[in-house]
Write a protein that binds this ligand. Structure first.
Ligand code: SF4
Ligand code: URA
Length: 205
């Protein structure tokens, strides 16, 4: 069994937070183990919970559209969320739920080793850009070693606000260029590691 598959099994039986009791299906995320780009959203919604797949509702359709615009399809990228089970009524994930679920995302990143990590919305942005405001930093990236972090608006928010939709589209179109940049100019990594503590100490941008 592959490492991702093994992790999916673990998530499927997880009850580390209350969401594990109210969900219909866990939504671990999907995509190839060697994906170069990883998208991290917030949490599964109604449709995702029903199907056990990430971004399959309205935001997912918009995400597919944006991917197509930059010449990518869903099966070339890894798509997941900071929280793997649906919060009831789509409420915001609670701090204890985010904390309980974080090790799964850490492990997915460890396995996939994406070159570009795109955060969608403020909950995933907070992991890499703590204390920042998304309306201020969206579309600005930071690079740590051979990984680039790009914070974007959440597609659901963009679907509600025309201005954000245009911003999201514009920011999204930077992805191929950023991927090219890390691939063409790799740096020697002193340490292959990425705990949240270290991220916080590194300067932004
Ligand atoms: Fe486990 Fe994460 Fe689901 Fe909570 S949200 S039960 S930590 S998989
Ligand atoms: N919104 C998210 O943040 N994630 C999904 O998987 C679907 C909608």
């Amino acid at each position: 069994m592959g490492r991702l598959e093994e992790l999916n099994r673990e998530i499927a039986s997880c009850r580390k937070c209350n969401l594990g009791y109210s969900r219909t299906n866990p939504v671990p995320g999907e995509g190839p183990e060697d994906a170069e780009i990883m998208f991290i959203g917030e949490a599964p919604g109604f449709h995702e919970d029903r199907l056990g797949r990430p971004f399959v509702g309205a935001s997912g359709h918009f995400l597919d559209e944006l991917l197509e615009e930059i010449g990518l399809s869903r099966d070339q990228v890894f798509i997941t969320n900071v929280v793997k089970c649906r919060p009831p009524g789509n409420r915001d994930p609670k701090p204890e739920e985010l904390a309980a679920c974080a090790p799964y995302l850490d492990e997915q990143i460890e396995i996939i080793k994406p070159k570009v990590i795109v955060t969608l919305g403020r909950f995933s942005m907070e992991r890499y850009f703590p204390g920042e405001s998304i309306s201020k930093i969206h579309g600005r990236y930071k690079r740590i070693g051979n990984t680039v972090y790009l914070p974007l608006f959440h597609p659901a928010a963009a679907l509600r606000q025309r201005r954000w939709k245009e911003d999201l589209r514009e920011d999204f179109h930077k992805i191929p260029e950023l991927l090219k940049m890390v691939k063409e100019n790799p740096v020697e990594e002193e340490e292959e590691s990425g705990s949240n503590d270290e991220y916080q100490q590194l300067s932004l941008f």
